[in-house]
Design a protein around this ligand. Structure first.
Ligand code: UDP
Ligand code: MG
Length: 314
């Protein structure tokens, strides 16, 4: 029996890259003839011609399907919208901008046949990315790894092959603040790494900016571990300890030498410092309360405008 493979492509304003990606994917599928491929595009509320282009591809090639989301939900949600509808034996997630070379899929399939469930591609070189982005990414991964016991795959993106078992697992994780890289780690199963050189995107612009990246980093940490809550407890304890020693010193000094009214600088220092610590702690708690608020609304993760199923023989 031929195995069926879905290639899932989240797209947002990718009119320049989709045709090129499609021809590379087509070429790839011609070399891996012993599989039935389908290409599922998720159009994440693009406001250019992405959807029209995808529709044309779907008319020409029955293996192309698409999900048109009702608006832009972000890549994380676009991915789960696709994952929810995959019926194949395995799923491959790939970016539309050809930063992830489709030629790697052959290697992924080979490892999948060997019994691995999650074959992820780790980039060894981030070409076309600024040093600032590299450093912030590196600090972030280290922070995240320190704060949790689940191994997080460094520098691994969403480009990966997932076995049916992983798909079924991911479908069950319905949180809104999705940090998908963390979720891949969290579900476990038999992982295998392959490395590749990440190329610059072929056309169009990245949808990421620093504001979005900082948000994703906060989401990543807060949705994944409660360690920051403990962090504020830790600071609180240290500060209280120093405060207690200082109070002892003040009491003894007053008993021995009497009191003078000086001390304005030390009082200001203490007030400002404690104020800062309290605001940080409140902020951290706020991050978690905000997430509880969002999750308790129990809204669906996304809405679909149109689903065109790939017509592929199973
Ligand atoms: N993307 C998406 N929704 C968004 C932003 C991005 O579906 O709101 C898709 C985008 O079309 C691309 C992939 O996610 O296929 C990665 O986006 P991008 O190349 O902008 O990110 P980067 O490679 O710079 O991390
Ligand atoms: Mg990209």
């Amino acid at each position: 029996m031929t195995q069926s493979i879905t290639v899932l492509i989240p797209t947002f304003n990718e009119e320049l890259t989709v045709p090129k990606l499609y021809s590379r994917l087509k070429k790839m599928s011609q070399t891996a003839t012993n599989y039935n491929f389908e290409f599922l595009f998720v159009n994440d509320g693009s406001h250019d011609n992405t959807l029209t282009i995808i529709k044309k591809l779907a008319e020409k090639d029955g293996r192309v399907g698409y999900i048109n989301l009702s608006r832009n939900f972000g890549k994380e949600i676009a991915m789960i919208a696709g994952i929810d509808r995959v019926e194949s034996d395995a799923l491959i997630i790939i970016d539309a901008d050809l930063q992830d070379p489709p030629e790697l899929i052959a290697d992924m399939l080979r490892l999948w046949e060997q019994g691995y469930d999650d074959i992820y591609a780790r980039r060894t070189d981030r070409q076309g990315e600024s040093w600032l982005k590299r450093i912030t990414a590196s600090v972030f991964y280290r922070l995240l790894q320190r704060s949790t016991e689940i191994p997080i795959q460094r520098d691994a993106g969403d480009f990966r092959l997932l076995d049916r078992r992983c798909i079924d697992a991911l479908k069950q994780l319905r949180e809104h603040e999705r940090y998908t890289k963390g979720l891949f780690s969290w579900i476990g199963y038999n992982k295998h790494e392959i490395t590749y050189i990440r190329e610059p995107r072929i056309a169009g612009k990245t949808k990421w900016n620093y504001f979005k990246l900082v948000n994703l980093a906060i989401d990543g940490i807060v949705s994944f571990t409660t360690t920051p809550l403990r962090f504020s407890t830790g600071i609180g304890m240290i500060v209280s300890l120093f405060a207690f020693m200082y109070i002892l010193y003040l009491v003894i000094r007053t008993m021995l030498f009497g009191s003078d009214l000086a001390g304005y600088p030390s009082i200001m220092a203490a007030i400002l410092f404690l104020g800062g610590v309290q605001l940080i702690s409140l902020g951290i708690i706020g991050e978690y309360v905000g997430r509880i608020f969002n999750e308790t609304k129990k809204r669906p993760l996304y809405f679909i405008d149109k689903y065109h199923k790939p017509k592929v023989k199973k």
